[in-house]
Design a protein around this ligand. Structure first.
Ligand SMILES: [Cu+2]
Length: 158
């Protein structure tokens, strides 16, 4: 194989890989996030949580497989289950948003757990949470911190 043929094969291979990547790595762009907020917690609180409404604008199911945030040591995807009348939280591997559908993260249901806050989260602050999708794409969501007083206490099983 001549050098020239070899080079063009390399370039062609590279372009093919690149287009395959861009065709897949766009799940983040198909998700519309609204009403995002994080729960206010006092100094020393073991954890906070982030809630939001996720709309899937595509024809395929999209999954959030991980989340991250600068404000917490560990960030996990959680849900609540009703265990004989006692609401308990547990970690789940993914949060699914159905094709052309909506998933709501809310107190008492699905949420993004912010474990070990690095600072007190106060009403009026803005924090950001990075969502990672199954295809490796990311979406950074900025959200206000809100007080949830009077909305019930979540049971923390960490
Ligand atoms: Cu939780």
């Amino acid at each position: 194989m001549s050098l020239k043929t070899h080079l063009s094969a390399l370039i062609f291979g590279g372009l093919t890989a690149l287009s395959a990547f861009s065709a897949q790595a766009d799940q983040a762009e198909h998700i519309d996030v609204s009403n995002a907020y994080a729960r206010e917690v006092p100094p020393g609180a073991p954890a906070s949580a982030s809630f939001m409404t996720l709309d899937n604008l595509s024809d395929e199911e999209i999954k959030i497989v991980a989340a991250d945030s600068d404000v917490a040591k560990v960030v996990e995807l959680h849900t609540h289950t009703n265990d004989n009348g006692v609401m308990r939280m547990r970690q789940i591997p993914a949060i699914s948003i159905p094709a052309n559908g909506q998933t709501v993260l809310k107190p008492g249901g699905l949420h993004i757990m912010l474990i070990g806050p690095k600072q007190p989260l106060k009403n009026g602050q803005t924090v950001s949470v990075d969502l990672k999708f199954e295809d490796g794409s990311h979406k950074t969501v900025s959200m206000p911190v809100k007080s949830l007083k009077g909305m019930g206490t979540m049971q923390h099983m960490h």
